[in-house]
Design a protein around this ligand. Sequence first.
Ligand SMILES: [Zn+2]
Ligand SMILES: [Zn+2]
Length: 217
Amino acid sequence: MASTGMTQSRENFIHSLISVSIDSIPADDSKCSICHEEWSTDDSPVRIPTCRHVFGRDCLLKWIGSTSSLQSNTCPLDRSILFTVTSNRSSLIVIRGGEVIVANNRITREGIRLYVQDLSSNIRRLRQQELNEMLQNDQSIKEEARRPLLPIVRVSRVGWERIEGVVRRMVSDHRERVEKMKCQQSQEILGESDLVVYVECLLDVFRDDLALEGLDV
Ligand SMILES: [Zn+2]
Ligand SMILES: [Zn+2]
């Protein structure tokens, strides 16, 4: 994951964007993945130098927000950190959709909620066979657990073991659902009430290591 964005300002990040000519973009990449519209001069494509992803300039500027109302400082696709944001309490905060998700290497309550959503949407894409295989392979559960969490989040060894337990449970719950529906794959979202349960489990894992930033307590 690109990490060079972690040392620059929002302003420098905007200056670093590389204009891309529409003709040079491969045909299977013909849309901006923020607005899903074809490239046009209204939303001219720019490349993020660190992770190389291309978005419409206007969409990307809206995505990061203004200095007074920052929306996100991570790439919409790979979530690498694009520029540094600090607050009076934290040396580095990660914002997504206007919410602080990580502060000082600690995840926030909102960050956990987003992490559970990402885990569940990744698991939802798996076929029954893949779900079976995953449940028999500790290494793939490990990878599944780590994939959506920003590497800067500090997690203890015991913390990881507990998180992997939650992920295993999510995979197993989802397999049960797929089996019940007698189909190979289910795009059916894990119910909102299931997600709340997983969020509660993870809040418990991070209880002693939760960032206070963004917490409404
Ligand atoms: Zn766009
Ligand atoms: Zn990217």
